[in-house]
Design a protein around this ligand. Structure first.
Ligand code: NAI
Length: 336
């Protein structure tokens, strides 16, 4: 099968290439650096499969172009599928497949790394020490032990975060319309979102981006948070209303903010833009706060996760080539 791989980075070539070589019947991988968008969909001509990542655009118009080019399967090399119009895909007969679980620990460990870095101001201390400034003023943290962490979304990643935080001795609150079976073993107490926001010293987001979770953390939600609380989002940018968060930082309601994802990250993340002028004024404002730590959607980026993503992606594509069904299909019902 010919597979056009959009948004290719050197590491995608490395891991997908290795997984393809390891497969019994290698596919023909055509690597494109371009992001999938209306103006690049034609690059799929001649391919039966298109392989995409988080910031590729797979709206109705793009899917129509892909279908016209002969594409029958869209293989996401990620878990989230908020960038795909599933209704249009179904109408066009394009199978959508994803990598549901590759290494929840990769994202969970990065989430906790952000919590610790923010709490102990590691990002500021790093620069101070290199600058010969060994003063501690402004670097006061808090013990994680005994603090309350609120986990919004207790799927694979949320539960992995819960396991780590439990080890720290945190009290764990959770909010999820589908409570996890392991909740009791982890001492996870499910509460309404309002209660979680009112009681948590740390709020961490691990729900998917859906119409119901779009701007779940808006001005009203922020007003319910404990003054000075920490907010961490390693899930999807638009779960948080960035402008409301900036207002919350200015008022001090949000004391510490960690973001691995950003609403408008599609124009920024995964590219080296260091030689250009930053055009996004909202993002630029975020970067001015000393109590904000932003990473550019790197939570998944471990060797283990990349190996698993490549293997599952190729597994989806090989199964589709052999049987017409992918291993991990995403159906319209997932939108509910
Ligand atoms: P999952 O599907 O295992 O768990 C998601 C959980 O969120 C489910 O338990 C679901 O019931 C819950 N949920 C749905 N709506 C909710 C709501 N309104 N409030 C609270 N909980 C809600 O997904 P997984 O693997 O844990 O991933 C979570 C998200 O993390 C993905 O959807 C993706 O957006 C993001 N992600 C980010 C990565 C990164 O590199 N920053 C990498 C991988 C995933």
């Amino acid at each position: 099968m010919q597979i056009v791989v959009f948004s290719t980075k050197p590491y995608d070539r490395r891991f997908l290439g290795a997984a393809n070589a390891a497969a019994g019947h290698p596919h023909r991988l055509v690597f494109q650096e371009a992001r999938l968008a209306p103006e690049t969909a034609a690059l799929a001509r001649g391919a039966e499969a298109a392989c995409v990542f988080v910031n590729d655009q797979a709206g109705a118009a793009v899917l129509e172009s892909l279908a016209a080019a002969g594409v029958r399967i869209l293989a996401l090399r990620c878990a989230g599928f908020n960038n795909v119009d599933l209704v249009a895909a179904q109408r066009l007969g394009i199978t959508v497949a994803r990598v549901p679980a590759y290494s929840p620990e990769s994202v969970a460990e990065h989430t906790v790394a952000m919590m610790l870095a923010l709490n102990r101001h590691i990002h500021r201390a790093y620069h101070r020490v290199r600058d010969g400034n060994f003063a501690l003023d402004g670097l006061l943290g808090f013990d994680m032990h005994g603090r309350t962490a609120g986990i919004v979304g207790t799927g694979r990643i949320g539960l992995a975060v819960a396991r780590i935080l439990r080890g720290f001795g945190c009290r764990l609150l959770a909010h999820d319309p589908h409570p996890a079976a392991e909740a009791a073993a982890l001492d996870l107490a499910y509460v309404p979102l309002e209660t979680l926001l009112a009681q948590a010293d740390i709020v961490t987001l691990h729900c998917p981006l859906t119409p119901a979770t779009h701007h779940l953390i808006d001005a009203a939600a922020i007003a319910r948070m404990r003054p000075g609380a920490m907010l961490v989002n390693t899930s999807r940018g638009a779960i948080v209303d960035t402008r409301a968060v900036i207002a919350g930082l200015k008022s001090g309601r949000i004391g510490l903010l960690g973001l691995d994802v950003y609403e408008e990250e599609g124009d920024l993340f995964f590219e080296d833009l260091s030689g250009r002028m930053l055009q996004d004024d909202v993002f630029a404002r975020l970067l001015t706060f000393p109590n904000v730590l932003v990473t550019a959607h790197q939570a998944f980026f471990t060797a283990e996760a990349m190996t698993a993503i490549a293997a599952t992606t190729l597994g989806n594509l090989s199964a589709f080539a052999a049987t017409g069904r992918a291993l991990h299909e995403v159906s319209v019902e997932r939108l509910a």
